[in-house]
Design a protein around this ligand. Sequence first.
Ligand code: PLP
Length: 393
Amino acid sequence: MKKMADSGQESQCVNMPDKTIASSVAMKVPLLDLKPQYAALRNEILPAIEAVLESQQLIGGPAVGQLEAAVAAYCGCAHGVGVSSGTDALLCALMGLDIGPGAEVITTPYTFFATAGSIMRAGAKPVFVDIELRTLNIDPERISAAVTSRTRAIMPVHLFGQMADMDPIMAIAARHGLAVIEDAAQSIGAKYNGRPSGSIGTVGALSFFPTKNLGGAGDGGMMVTSDDALAHRLAILRNHGMEPKYHYQWIGGNFRLDTLQAAYLLVKLKHLEEWSARRRANADLYLQRLAGCDGVTCPYTSPANQTIFNQFVIRSPRRDQLKAHLATHGVSTEIYYPLSLHEQPCFKSLGYRRGDFPHSEAAADQSLALPIYPELTATQIHYVADTILAFFS
Ligand SMILES: *Cc1c(COP(=O)(O)O)cnc(C)c1O
């Protein structure tokens, strides 16, 4: 195993530049520090980037096809279609399945905005179904009641790196003839009964946003599927719907993945398994340390799942005070997500209100993400755990 940079002392805190930290901080633990990962791979990344620049094949260069093949294989799918972001992967997948005005898509209200945002942008209507409080993923037992004659798809989200309960979801989809679009933005490499994230539904949407387990040097994403005809259509749609050149069968968009991003991601993909294993090891240490702490509920992984811990999210009724206490002691945390999507002003037209999805609302009120990134040291994890235990003692 490579030697990791030992401390987060000098590190940049992504997402959370916390200016409230007291000056007499014992240790500083950022929520995420991308610098050690770059430092370890610099000698591989720079020549790969330089090769793309020297070639000047900046769009659709060979690295894009190589990454598509490698990621598809990693996800257990026949095809990968690289796109400009995870959000565009969701939107393009919806377009590829002809899901638009008049259609309903069943999804979870406890997720990043893009899940429901992409459904609305496609012209369809998100229909929310509450989550299971233990896994924070969509509750399959509540899906059937939400199916109508207009339902075209289910969009489960594999939140924080753990896959949704796919067997019952696929059974409901089969019964009603629905597509399943896996929002796998946070779950590349996760497994459900041994099957990779993105490979169970009709199509999976991945994100290479820098904070995801496989993070690019900017935005990027990919759709993965084993449906040959759908893959062909998605590849055309991500380039305006153009086929052949300057002839358009469908109206797509500019959803292309840059060659530079693909070259960068090809270097990182080789290390992804090791990073996800380190995240799981970090999680194990937190779970050991926090097991007896009555004030917090630790993340639950169902026996069917192997999670990749894109985030390690605890719950506490005293979440806001705990977050402030951790910040005072130099530990950066984040709230994913403070307001359930059914309560967002932009989705007002959907007619939901507070009280409609109590589990999602409870999660939004109580959840707190702790640092979990691969290069975190055991010393840092012990420090975070000690700080949490001290708060509740
Ligand atoms: C990050 C994320 C997205 C969007 O991905 P981008 O690459 O940032 O566009 C979609 N869904 C979920 C659940 C995400 O976490």
